[in-house]
Design a protein around this ligand. Structure first.
Ligand code: UTP
Length: 287
């Protein structure tokens, strides 16, 4: 199966950093965020990945390239080089540019030629997920059983409802799996009749492309993927699968800070130092 990683957003929530830098290249401990997303796709068995980029995002292409100069000047001692080169061997990465900022739905639509007539995965470049079984692999398992589109969702609090596509579904005979009945992009808490939020991981049948073509700009004047899913589920079953791991929205400043903090605390080479910093801060706050 092929995967698409939309990474062409403007990143206005992360200004001023995103004036000239892609938010997908924000470091999360010591890797850019998008590398975690590519790793998740590869660990889920995906071998061909198309990243949707835009003006000002060239650093993404440079990152997923061999750095022979570095490897030759430090033979055998570049941190993470072996793991990185294995990643590049396991997945072929392609790029397409979204030349106008017309929304996530439009970013997915321009990948149609690459995808062809097969089901495909979509992983958003600014959502990181961590769990024993990769989030995307869980969706692919449901897709293999049911042969339809599948969305990852998480239960969220009332305060978060206006930030996500919210899904209404009915239980589908397996714990954490729902048949989607409705989906609405960024509803007000009064409009929302569920606490199930989409989290940037999807498997779609190719039917989504014809629904995207018919989708008019919605919230924020952008072509919303959520609106096309709402059309899709009138024709085909669409399932939602609850993700029980940890998710970070690194396009949000607090989400990014939390990702760095929690992942660094978990890293064997950094845990001790992190604990010292936290201990020092508690003992002697700096002003
Ligand atoms: P967001 O809703 O996070 O929008 O996009 P954004 O522009 O990236 O960031 P903010 O909200 O202004 O801070 C969700 C996903 O859709 C992609 C983004 O890269 C992100 O992965 N996207 C969004 C595109 O690829 N193209 C677009 O035109 C819009």
């Amino acid at each position: 199966m092929k995967a698409v990683i939309p990474a062409a957003g403007l990143g206005t929530r992360f200004l001023p950093y995103t004036r000239s830098q892609p938010k997908e290249m924000l470091p999360v401990v010591d890797k850019p965020a998008i590398q975690y997303v590519v790793e998740e796709a590869v660990e889920s068995g995906i071998e061909e990945i198309l990243i949707v980029t835009a003006r000002g995002k060239r650093a993404i292409e440079d990152h997923f390239d061999r750095n022979l100069e570095l490897e030759q000047s430090h033979p055998g001692s570049v941190p993470g080089a072996q793991e990185f080169n294995e990643l590049l061997e396991r997945a072929r990465i392609f790029y397409v540019r979204q030349t106008e900022h017309r929304g996530l739905g439009h970013a997915v639509l321009i990948t149609e030629k690459f995808v062809g007539k097969e089901p495909f995965s979509v992983l958003l470049g600014d959502d990181l997920t961590f769990s024993r079984i990769p989030c995307q692999q869980g969706l692919l398992r449901i897709h293999a059983k049911k042969g339809v589109s599948v969305l990852a969702v998480q239960h969220v609090g009332l305060e978060a409802i206006g930030r996500y596509g919210m899904v209404v579904g009915k239980e589908a005979g397996e714990e954490g799996v729902f048949l989607v009945e409705d989906i609405v992009e960024k509803p007000t808490p009064r409009q929302a009749s569920s606490d199930l939020a989409t989290l940037g991981r999807y498997v779609f049948t190719p039917q989504i492309f014809s629904d995207l073509r018919k989708t008019r700009p919605g919230v924020k004047g952008e072509v919303q993927l959520t609106d096309a899913i709402a059309t899709l589920l009138k024709k085909e079953d669409v399932y939602a699968c609850v993700f029980n791991g940890t998710r970070y929205d690194i396009g949000d400043k607090l989400g990014w800070l939390r990702a760095n903090f929690e992942l660094a605390l978990d890293r064997p080479d950094l845990t001790k130092g992190m604990r010292q910093i936290l201990g020092d801060q508690t003992a002697e706050p700096r002003h």
